[in-house]
Design a protein. Structure first.
Length: 99
């Protein structure tokens, strides 16, 4: 199994209300991919980060294997969400590893 973890930081110019709206949308749309993309075992988005955090949101997802992760990355439904995310975030950190 492969874990895929992402931490995002929102664009500085987003207001608190815009950040909350974007976080809600990203969480809803990414978690809706559960059961849609073959090989995706679990997907959870966390939006209530503690003040000690370096990011604004976290994606925690698991895949059958590296091939399933690659399939997810190119899946049209994932691409739709990814396009929106790229409009509202200034940075993205990713780590993938086998468990």
């Amino acid at each position: 199994m492969v874990k895929h973890i992402i931490i995002w930081e929102f664009n500085d110019e987003l207001s608190g209300e815009e950040r909350a709206s974007a976080a809600c949308r990203i969480k809803r749309e990414l978690e809706a991919l559960d059961g849609v993309i073959e090989g995706l075992r679990s997907i959870k988005v966390y939006t209530d980060m503690l003040p000690s955090s370096n990011g604004d949101m976290l994606l925690d997802s698991s895949f059958d294997d590296a091939a399933a992760l690659a399939y997810y990355a190119d899946h049209p439904e994932h691409i739709k969400v990814k396009q929106y995310i790229s409009q509202v975030v200034k940075s993205r950190k990713c780590t993938d590893f086998e468990i």
